[in-house]
Design a protein around this ligand. Sequence first.
Ligand code: SAM
Length: 218
Amino acid sequence: MKFTYLTLFPQIMRCYFEDSILKRAIQKGLLQTEFVDFREFSKDSHKKVDRPKAGGGAGMLLTPQPIADAIKSVREKESWVIFTTPAGKRFNQKDAKRLALKKNIIFVSGRYEGFDERVVERYADEVFSIGDFVLTGGELASLVMSDAIARNIRGVLGNEESLVEESFEEGLLEAPAFTKPIEFEGSKIPSEFLKGNHAKITALKNSMALLRTRYYRP
Ligand code: SAM
């Protein structure tokens, strides 16, 4: 899988792949990354990429040409182009699993007041928001989505079983989990977890997952 990031700030994205699981995925050849500064594609003599909004309104908008040309320069036959915007579809775990089967995803990170709508309409295969809040730029949104996608690529996680038991599988949040010490600041691990009866542990986990889901996501 290849992730290509179109951004005005490649340097704030690169470091995310320099440690831990995603670094190992790159070393194992499961993941490739490319960072493209779309300012390089500006035809403006000062490499400007933003202009005031047509019709007025606060802030500056990204002009469509540098982004369109940057996409054209990296797009391959099987590329899938994702634009980031708070006004997009809310990204979820099902999207992460589905997109893990793609060959090449191009993430486009906005800045300022976002994109000229025409470049989104013409070039986006999908448009995602990572939640109902507004970030200063799309870089974190692109990294959030690519992290969630990457861990669903076969071989990226050390233990693939982690993917089966976690939140959003079966429509539930994951049950609370515990580790040693058995007693921490006066609070003990539920005794059922220590008795080794796997059927009872599973039943307890299921009911805790249900309760937690009802509490946090009624
Ligand atoms: N004016 C835009 C609006 O109200 O929808 C917000 C623009 S925001 C300040 C700048 C860029 O950050 C956006 O173009 C987008 O790429 C990114 N961004 C901000 N919040 C986001 C979110 N919740 N999900 C995905 N991308 C986001």
